[in-house]
Ligand binder design. Structure first.
Ligand code: HEC
Length: 127
């Protein structure tokens, strides 16, 4: 088979895209001392479900921010930021500080509270 150079380029591009999609963040993403159970309580009391469907929260089931099931398996936060504990904690406290165009408002969570919420979010895999 004689491959033309543009066919080879397309094949390489496809391979690169495939491996990028298969790439997962390095688990486990431990947040030392954080309490995922308390994180779920904070998620319930801070209105996160007004904008997100969240496993463990029956109501409301907001549509603005997209479902958070499977968040632990995502490589990026909001498609832009590395899904790592420090970045996630900062995001949960003040998203516009990291991404000025975002529609997600600052939460008012303390840094300890945001760590608990982050620990909870990292329990949300695809199951
Ligand atoms: C007013 C609506 C709103 C509220 C309230 C809200 N969010 Fe969001 N959230 C959004 C939007 C919109 C996005 C998408 C941000 C973007 O793409 O810039 C988002 C993105 C996220 C992401 C990234 C999701 C992903 O798949 O990358 C997480 C995690 C998240 N929110 C968690 C929370 C938590 C936890 C709370 C409660 C403390 C909360 N959100 C409250 C609207 C909201």
């Amino acid at each position: 088979v004689q491959w033309k150079s543009d066919q080879i380029v397309i094949a390489l591009l496809a391979l690169t895209l495939l491996s990028a999609c298969a790439e997962k963040p390095d688990p486990p993403r431990a947040l030392g001392g954080a309490d995922a159970g308390h994180g779920l309580i904070l998620v319930r009391t801070h209105g996160c479900a007004a904008c997100h469907q969240i496993p463990g929260v029956d109501w409301p089931r907001g549509q603005v921010g997209g479902p958070l099931r499977g968040f632990a398996d995502r490589g990026l936060i909001a498609g832009r930021l590395p899904n790592q504990p420090d970045t996630l904690v900062a995001w949960l406290r003040d998203p516009p500080a990291l991404s000025p165009q975002t529609a997600m408002p600052a939460s008012g969570l303390s840094s300890a509270e945001a760590r608990d919420v982050a620990a909870f979010l990292y329990t949300l895999d695809e199951r």
